[in-house]
Structures are given as C-alpha cells and as structure tokens.
Design a protein around this ligand. Structure first.
Ligand SMILES: [Zn+2]
Length: 352
C-alpha cells in the first residue's frame, strides 16, 4: 500500500478544511473503511472523463484501476471489495485449489471452480469471499488441520488460553482468508479513527497503477459528478499539490459536466466565493484558460519536487513558453488572487 504521507496540521483547522473544501491531499484514509460505489452510469462518466483528460498529456502514472468510494463509513470494513484483490490470477488459482481440497467450501461457491476474467465474474468472487467471511462455521481444526493459527487467530477462534469468551468469527475469517490468499490481496488494515466527508484522489498503489477517489455526495447526483470530475483531474499526476492544479481541475470539471450534460450548479455556487482558495484558484485559471487553453494543455510537463515525494508546478519555464499577452494577463490575474492563494499554503498546497 502506497499511501501519501500523513499531513500534520492543527486538528481543528484540519476538520474545518475537511468539511469546507475539496480535499486533494491524502491523510491516513484507507478505502476498506468506505462505501464502494458500483454504478454503471458512474462508470460511463469515468470512461468519458478519462478520454477528456488526454487533452492534458500523458498520465504520470498509468491508471490501471480506479475505484470510487463514498467518504462515508462502511458498516463492516472487513468485507472484501474488488480493490482488495491485487492479483486475480493467484486468487483464482488458490480458491480453486481450496475448493478441491476442502469440499465444505463448495457450499459457498456453488461451483467446483471459479473464474475471474470478466467484471461480472470478479463481482461474483467478491460476493463469495464475503459469504465465507460471514460464515460462522468457516473455520474448524478438522477442516484446516494443517493451518497453524497465530496467537491472535486462536483468540478469535475462541480456543486455547483465551477461551470462548473472546470468540470473534468475523475477525478470524477475514484474517484466515488474508493468510490463505496471502500475496494476492490487501490484508485488512486497522485504523482507529477514519475520516469522513473528504473529497480526495488517492494513489493506492503506484506499482500497480491503482487509484481510489473518495466523494462526499450521493452517487449519480449532480454534486457527485462535480466532485468526481474535479478529482479525476488529479489522476494526471496525483503527486502535484499546487493551486494551479486545483484551479485547472475545477475548470476541467466544468467542461466535462457541460459536455456530458450534467448540472454544474453545485460547484458554480461553491466556487463563486473567491475569498476562499478553491474559488480563487478556479476563477484565476478560468480567466486565463478562456484567453488561451494551449498553455494549460502542457502545464503538467512543468513540475518540480516539493516536500519529499510531492511535486508542484514549475511556473517560470512554463510561463516562458507562453505569449507576451498571456504573460501579462497571468501577472494581472496573479496579483488579484495571490493573497488568497498564498494564505492557503498551510493546506499543504503550494503556490509560488
Ligand atoms: Zn483537487
């Protein structure tokens, strides 16, 4: 798991920021705690969005998988989702091996072998894994004579020193499945206080090109698409923390929503406040983009390191390639919005 580093800012300011703005930097969130969005209309919108993003050059990290989550807590974070599977081939082989050696498991699968080639088959595998997870009789020493339980698993099995008072079938089953399918799936991660209401594009695995986008509003609602389109822009380079990027993400969102005939009112209202950084960044970039969109199509080629693994826009060389009129307009607009944006530097988003 390759989550971005934890941001260290004042808790109160952080909560306020979570509730009041679109959050684009990661904290210690983990998708297992959030409600997965599986919706065909949303999938179609994503496909259009990925196509539209090509206008801005190559993706810094190829997007192989994109999972959408609501930034609301799921009732049972231990339940599996597709995002947990890191290697479908291995999961398929291991499950089929288990089905051969453990006939009792066939009652869950209703098949003697499983497939995982199509989306439908994958969704079915997740459903079946979750039926095992919820099965109180999944584990017994007789069924798994060769499986050596860890101390914690024994506690959950209600065996040995800890006795039956500590029995927790649910934790035991998830832990056993993590062991049985080790290396092919993400193990469950305990987080004491998961955050809510963030809007965030998270790079879950750089190596595998897996991204998770968290959104606040009801799936398939108008505000949901506003948020989704903005966060999708961060897929181009999730490491950039820069107000130019935020502004451009909102400009992109507006364009995509209008192209897809979705309602833009929600963001129009939110972004109308130019005394707040997201509103300021949107109007700053929108004015420039209306004058000429060409400089923005190449902007993401101009980045430089910023705070460890993060990046920011390298303004000087980017601006150097633009026309004199554009440069003048940039400076004019910059002086207008600079105070608001520089003030919000504490949000870990750079502006220079
Ligand atoms: Zn953003």
């Amino acid at each position: 798991m390759n989550l971005r580093s934890k941001s260290k800012i004042n808790n109160l300011a952080f909560c306020f920021f979570l509730l009041s703005t679109f959050l684009c930097f990661a904290d210690s969130t983990n998708y297992q705690y959030y409600i997965p969005v599986e919706n065909k209309k949303v999938d179609r919108f994503i496909a259009k969005g990925l196509e539209a993003l090509k206008e801005y050059g190559d993706f810094k990290i190829p997007v192989n998988e994109l999972h959408i989550r609501r930034s609301k807590l799921v009732e049972n974070p231990r339940l599996f989702s597709r995002a947990d599977i890191q290697d479908w081939q291995t999961v398929k082989t291991r499950i089929n091996g288990l089905l051969k050696s453990h006939k009792s498991l066939r009652s869950h699968f209703n098949h003697t072998t499983i497939k995982s080639d199509t989306l439908r088959q994958k969704v079915l595998v997740i459903k079946l894994l979750n039926s095992i997870l919820l099965d109180e009789d999944f584990y017994s020493e007789e069924k798994f004579p060769n499986l050596k339980l860890t101390e914690e698993q024994e506690k959950w099995a209600g065996e040995g020193f800890f006795g039956s008072f500590s029995k927790d079938t649910f934790k035991l089953n998830r832990s056993l499945l993590d062991t049985l399918l080790k290396g092919a799936m993400a193990s469950f991660k305990v987080i004491k206080r998961p955050k809510i209401n963030m809007q965030l594009c998270e790079l879950a695995s750089e190596k595998r090109g897996v991204f998770v986008i968290y959104l606040k509003h009801e799936p398939d609602s108008d505000p949901f698409y506003c948020e989704l389109a903005h966060e999708m822009f961060h897929l181009l380079n999730p490491k950039v923390y820069d107000w130019h990027m935020e502004g451009l993400a909102s400009v992109f969102a507006e364009k995509l929503l209008k192209q897809e005939r979705k309602n833009w009112d929600h963001f129009e209202k939110v972004l109308s406040n130019t005394q707040k950084a997201y509103g300021a960044s949107y109007h700053f970039i929108k004015t420039l983009n209306q004058y000429s969109k060409t400089p923005f199509q190449s902007m993401l080629k101009f980045t430089k390191p910023y705070r460890g693994s993060r990046e920011k826009i390298d303004i000087k060389p980017w601006l150097k390639e633009t026309s004199n009129d554009f440069k003048t307009l940039y400076r004019e607009q910059l002086s207008k919005y600079y105070p608001i944006l520089i003030e919000n530097k504490s949000n870990n988003i750079e502006f220079n």
